[in-house]
Design a protein around this ligand. Sequence first.
Ligand code: DHE
Length: 544
Amino acid sequence: HPDSESTYEPSLESLPTDGSQPGAHEGVPTMTADEFNQGRKIFFERCAGCHGVLRNGATGPALTTDRTRDLGYEYLHDFITYGSPGGMPNWGTSGELSEEQVDIMARYVLQDPPQPPEWGMEAMKESWKVVVPVDQRPTKKMNDLDIENLFSVTLRDAGQIALIDGHDYKIKYVIDTGYAVHISRVSASGRYLLVIGRDAKIDMIDLWMKDPQVVASLKVGLEARSVETSKMKGWEDKYAIAGSYWPPQYTIMDGETLEPLKIVSTRGMTYDEQEYHPEPRVASIVASHYNPEFVVNVKETGQVLLVNYQDLDALQVTSINAERFLHDGGFDATGRYFLVAANARDRVAVIDTKERKLSGIVDVGIKPHPGRGANFIHPELGPVWATSHLGDDTIALIGTDPEKHPENAWKMAASIDGLGGGSLFIKTHPKSTNLWVDAPLNSDAEIYHSVGVLDINNLDAGVETLPIAKWADLGDEGAQRVVQGEYNKQGTEIWFSVWNGKAEKSAIVIVDDKTRKLKKVIKDDRLVTPTGKFNIYNTQHDIY
Ligand code: DHE
């Protein structure tokens, strides 16, 4: 994300190769080799997530040279400087890119995109490390941590996670992980914490050790976002899986050592037009509770793959046509249905993981972005799953009970006002009657400094706005975007990050769920760019 300048230098092999010759095209401004390298580094760090490495577009539009050369340097320069209400950040006016960098990027996207190298078994095996072999690990928990109420907190630009105690709010451990670390997931047993960085490095942390530490690591590609482990009864902790953005592929690994076992490319045809796509990236992945399968969401081709891990030598993959630009999503309250946002298509696809089929495609607001979404029982509509949106200020409620509430099942049963556009995450807890929504990418500081909260039993009463950044009391420095609520195990309090730049102070603000009052602010020099927070119990059991 735009907010923080990283000083971490990705290794050269993790960047696209310098394939194109700067300035080789008539009418296209030239670049020196040094400028071109700066451009590809900035593009990798800031732009590829939305526009794709090959610039074919996804959440953001295509930036292939047929388009960019039509738009021209001036237009591109202004767009990068000022952004757009459709979600393009204002890189120039926010100060996140300097005038010189904006100029470089406007020229960079006029050049042909360089193609990064592949990353197959040989490269993976070279990157693979077992730091503590399985037979040297403890056979029972060796520490007095309340593991289930720990929070794994992404320290994005430090390339670390912090393990914070959900009782005394103390940072117990800070552990080095991948570059621009992204999400944490927990193995079925709750013992292993898997963390993935944008550089596609997975770190597996053993929470049973006296001092939890990384016991194995593997790099599954050059760019990645998702990791998960097998959750089916009888297969607990057996396998892990990670999805890569580049190369577009997924990798199944041994669940205790991360040894790479099977790599499968996702390159192929789009589900609808059935045209070849060179870069179908793997977005969210969840593990089915009904079948020995992973649910793998392929962004650009719009297919949901049910990858059966029973026999890796005769891999069965069921490919379900869903919708293009699949991104993030979560289960309904029963754990049977998986709802995934097709964000650039303004839709949510619903997969029945028991019957192994598509249950529906739901039209929602503009660019849904649920995180894992929020499940609750609406007084009239029955069980619903909610998402907020990047592109508008609404919250969509989708009915999830085809048995007792068939009239609302897999339809947008209601659309209510949220906090504002630019929302990324929505959250509630089975024990709570609050529905929390953030808006960290809103352009109005009043809004991105706050969270909104609604009463599930009286949604018509509207949003109450809580000034989270003000409560953190960090002074005026930095953007202080408030992002991603996560509950403690008991469901009595919710934690929010106040996300600032790398050189600025950030904080975590904890709100009492019942009273909606400030409970605690965690400030610590080690809390560098905290973003996602993953309570071990809630993550292990898909509670949201
Ligand atoms: Fe994420 C989840 C991809 C930017 C914080 N993010 C996801 C998932 C995907 C994804 C595919 C679902 C994983 C899963 O469930 O298996 N994220 C992307 C991007 O492509 C994108 C838009 C751009 C990029 O360049 O990376 C992006 N994400 C961000 C951020 O800037 C955020 C806000 C801050 C950060 O730390 O990077 C961010 N993403 C998160 C979080 C989750 C997530 C906290 C998990 C939410 C959850 O509740 O599980």
